[in-house]
Write a protein that binds this ligand. Structure first.
Ligand SMILES: NC(=O)c1ccc[n+]([C@@H]2O[C@H](COP(=O)([O-])OP(=O)(O)OC[C@H]3O[C@@H](n4cnc5c(N)ncnc54)[C@H](OP(=O)(O)O)[C@@H]3O)[C@@H](O)[C@H]2O)c1
Length: 245
């Protein structure tokens, strides 16, 4: 099925930011969206906004660190819409801090959300894609995997893992599947600085407000990868604000 119209797209981390913008953009272009995230009220609000504009969307409460939750997300796509064409693995946390702060719960959360969460998505969607003999993984990485900036080492390491896993998956995917890494730079979302220490958060928010691009820029990049003809795989898109060094 070429293009975006009619495709069934599941998106993790769709309750805000890049995931929400991607859901809205793809729904506007005729995709049927299955949104996953932990905050039910925020998911409901996104579903309501999409349906009010004539789109099709359903929300599923999902914690990507839980294998069974990802399976529920992909099962919902298949049960409601008969198939799953794209899984956008976007859920993430940017609770960055210097090592000396010893915020080990935040380190664990970044590892489990970005690495285990991505693997849980692959585990849930791959059998569906193989059965259908078609499917597209779109994984959201970060420019942090290209340039490591203190105090983002743990975050950058997990996003480097996303990059590596995406390339390995692409090599194993065969002729029927597509695999894309979308690596955003500074994007204006509520997630920037969220959960970080007060000093780091203030600096990140200041920089975000000075240079960040809107999440719609990342949504357009994801749409570009999805709308390519069958058999054409966009391997990686790096999209960052011009002002980002
Ligand atoms: N903003 C940037 O500058 C930037 C740059 C490069 C890459 N990124 C990446 O872009 C992605 C989206 O981030 P964002 O900027 O849009 O921030 P955001 O608005 O905070 O969005 C993060 C999303 O992930 C969800 N999430 C977090 N942990 C989750 C979990 N365990 N299970 C399910 N959902 C979870 C959140 O929803 P709930 O809290 O409702 O679960 C939320 O919907 C992340 O992977 C981030 O690393 C962002």
């Amino acid at each position: 099925m070429p293009g975006i119209q009619g495709k069934v797209v599941a998106i993790t981390g769709a309750s805000s930011g890049i995931g929400e913008a991607t859901a809205a953009h793809l729904a506007e272009r005729g995709a049927r969206i299955v949104l996953g995230a932990r905050r039910e009220d925020r998911l409901d609000a996104v579903v309501d906004r999409i349906t009010a504009r004539g789109g099709t969307a359903v929300g599923v409460v999902v914690d990507v660190t839980r294998r069974e939750d990802l399976r529920r997300l992909t099962d919902t796509a298949v049960e409601r819409f008969g198939r799953l064409d794209v899984l956008v693995s976007n859920a993430g946390t940017m609770a960055v801090s210097p090592f000396d702060d010893l915020r080990q719960d935040d380190w664990d959360a970044m590892v489990s959300t970005h690495i285990t969460g991505l693997l849980n998505g692959i585990g849930a969607a791959l059998p569906v894609f193989r059965r259908q003999r078609s499917g597209h993984f779109v994984n959201v990485g970060s420019t942090a995997a290209h340039v490591v900036k203190s105090p983002q080492a743990v975050y950058a390491a997990t996003k480097t893992a996303v990059k590596v896993l995406t390339e390995g998956l692409r090599q194993e995917s065969g002729p029927d599947l597509r695999v894309t890494l979308v690596s955003p730079g500074f994007t204006h979302t509520e997630g920037v600085g969220k959960g970080a220490g007060p000093e780091v958060a203030a600096a990140m928010i200041r920089q975000r407000d000075e240079i960040a691009m809107p999440p719609s820029a990342v949504a357009s990049a994801i749409a570009y990868a999805i709308e390519q003809p069958d058999g054409v795989d966009v391997g990686e898109i790096v999209v960052r604000p011009t002002a980002q060094a």
